[in-house]
Design a protein around this ligand. Sequence first.
Ligand code: FAD
Length: 278
Amino acid sequence: MTKRTPISFEFFPPKTDAGAEKLRIVHQELQLLNPEFFSITYGAGGSTRERTLAAIDDFNGKGTPVAPHLSCIGDDKARIAELLDLYKVQGINRIVALRGDLPSGQVGLGELPYAQDLVRFIREHSGDHFHIEVAAYPEMHPQAENLDSDIQRFIEKVQAGANAGITQFFFNPDSYFYFIERLEQAGINIPVAPGIMPITNASNLIRFADGTGAEIPRWIRKQLQAYGDDSESIKAFGHEVVVKLCERLIAGGAPSLHFYSMNQIEPTRQLVVDLGLN
Ligand code: FAD
């Protein structure tokens, strides 16, 4: 029997009590799919600090491990060290380490301007306690000069102590396979999980893609536009596209899949079930 590809799910911290209550239900339901971990995002400059901590409190110790995201831009070492110490006391041993993007209007890069600086700092401060995941961009980070330099930046994060990667979402599996090939050529063999974005809503998807530099292939964009307000057709088409993407990634050796759940049970659950990953 072939081994089931591991899965993980990402949440963002809810803004309201009602959102927090809803997320508890989402967590319970998605936990039934046996994920390896749930990760919880963290706004750059500490902008979601309290809400991220509240969500971690809600889910830590409830079966599946939680992995807080930690972003460094605009923050200082003392505040980051406090969080690292708190997570250690809480028994958390996995962190997603990011640079983050400064909220508009905020200036000053802080003491740790890049994710590689954060990874180095986590290792200096907490030794090997945390398993560190970092972001990867098969289609290039929007601020990178070119693909070569972006791949080199990823390698520097690994050299600074990262254990694994999670990618920005993408729909062209060749970009992922090429990225992995380039890492292997450089002697970097850490697992890099494709980040999977379910397709449910054309305008949201286009907005996310524009903000992150992810590319929506022309044929997908055109078909989504053709469906207009027909959300059932968008969901059915989106499901089929993402299932086929995941199948190709698994067949090509992706070590695990990380789903951007958008704090929803569906469509992530349906994708996982149809892929036979539960
Ligand atoms: P870095 O790896 O530091 O790279 C940022 C840019 O700087 C790249 O263009 C890189 O090529 C360049 N670069 C790196 N090092 C150097 C250097 N030494 N000199 C010059 N240039 C350099 N954001 C949040 O705010 N909170 C989150 O919780 C969050 N979660 C995410 C989870 C995943 C899986 C992903 C893929 C992204 C997430 N983001 C999150 C978004 C992320 O913070 C942004 O994409 C951000 O712009 C870059 O973060 P990074 O960690 O990739 O930065």
